[in-house]
Write a protein that binds this ligand. Structure first.
Ligand SMILES: [Zn+2]
Length: 203
């Protein structure tokens, strides 16, 4: 792609290259965004740059659920309004956002940061399963909702977790029954997600 940027300056071409690395941004979109920013006010460009840098500096993972937070505990784990007997297990922090958006679920979360995938060499120890089991040892959780994606890795992970958790006497439900196979949770619409939570079935 370098040839097409020969006519641009080094800094513009660098910006296009960086934008092009973002998911869903192809060379054309990267070019369009770069020229948009070139025309934008200095203030807007600075705000964007600061937002990107502060998200890297200020955020960390919640020490309990591994959601993204700016303090030791995320706002969900800190809240006394949440149902402490339910934990919804998701693959990524953005899945928490998608489920919270439906406003239908009031329990806690656990973010695995991935899914088990033998073909890609991701095992149970590479995601936050050990930490989940430690949470369950507390004994206050009565239901675990498996909200991993409905693709192969998500299903394998759900199956694996179910085998681990069911023997503990905790009810295990699977969220995704209403979702078509291959769905990534973060892209599901609110109506579908709401139905999927309400219609969750024992797994
Ligand atoms: Zn948390």
């Amino acid at each position: 792609m370098n040839q097409s940027f020969i006519s641009t300056t080094d800094s513009v071409s660098k910006l296009i290259q960086e934008l092009n690395k973002l998911p869903g941004i192809g060379p054309k979109s990267a070019q369009r965004l770069a020229y948009y920013l070139l025309r934008a006010s200095g203030e807007q460009a600075t705000q964007l740059a600061e937002a990107i840098s502060s998200v890297k500096q200020k955020t960390k993972l919640c020490s309990v659920c591994f959601n993204v937070t700016e303090s030791d505990l995320c706002s969900i784990c800190r809240s006394d309004q949440r149902d402490q007997t339910k934990i919804c297990i998701v693959e990524q922090p953005q899945d928490v956002l998608a489920l919270e958006h439906t406003k239908i679920y009031n329990g806690l979360y656990h973010v695995l940061h991935g899914a088990i995938s033998p073909t890609e060499g991701v095992g149970a120890d590479d995601v936050r399963i050990k930490e989940l089991l430690q949470r369950l040892e507390g004994g206050s959780v009565t239901e675990v909702i498996l909200a991993t994606n409905t693709n192969l890795e998500g299903e394998q992970t759900a199956m694996y977790l179910s085998k681990l958790i069911s023997p503990l006497g905790i009810k295990v439900t699977r969220l995704a029954r209403g979702l078509p196979f291959g769905t990534e949770l973060e892209y599901a619409d609110d109506v579908t997600l709401t139905r999927a939570i309400e219609g969750r079935q024992e797994f």
